[in-house]
Design a protein. Structure first.
Length: 122
C-alpha cells in the first residue's frame, strides 16, 4: 500500500460516519450492486448499450449486434432481466427486449460520458 494514498493517523468524524451508516442502511445497496454487476459484463454492457440505441430489439438482432449466438444472447438477457435492467414481450414466436426504464439508459450514458472525461484528463 502506498503511504501517500492513506491517512497517516487514524481518526474519523463520528457524526458523519453515523449519519452515512444510517443512510446506507435505509437504501437497498445490495440490489444496486447486483444490477451494476450484471451490466459490468462486457457482453451485457454491449446489450444494454444496444438497447439504449433503439426502443426494442429481438433476441436475434441482439445476438447479431453483439456477435454471439442466440443462446448466448438469451442467457445474458435472462441475467439482465432478473436484475431489472431489461424487460421483454413476446410477439408470436419472437421475444423483444427493451430497457426496463429511462434510468438504465441514463446510467449507461453517464458511465460513457464519464469514461470520455477520464480519457481527456489522463
Amino acid at each position: 500500500m502506498n503511504k501517500k494514498d492513506t491517512c497517516e493517523i487514524y481518526c474519523y468524524d463520528e457524526e458523519k460516519v453515523n449519519r452515512i451508516q444510517g443512510d446506507l442502511e435505509a437504501v437497498d445497496i445490495v440490489c444496486v450492486a447486483q444490477m451494476l454487476k450484471a451490466i459490468a459484463d462486457e457482453n451485457r454492457a454491449k446489450i444494454t448499450y444496444a438497447l439504449c440505441q433503439d426502443e426494442e430489439l429481438c433476441v436475434c438482432d441482439i445476438a447479431n449486434i453483439v456477435g454471439v449466438t442466440v443462446a448466448n444472447a438469451s442467457h445474458h438477457l435472462r441475467t439482465l432481466h432478473k436484475q431489472g435492467v431489461v424487460k421483454f414481450r413476446k410477439e408470436g414466436k419472437l421475444a423483444f427486449y427493451s430497457l426496463d426504464d429511462e434510468h438504465i439508459r441514463q446510467i449507461m450514458m453517464i458511465a460513457l460520458a464519464h469514461k470520455k472525461e477520464v480519457k481527456v484528463n489522463v
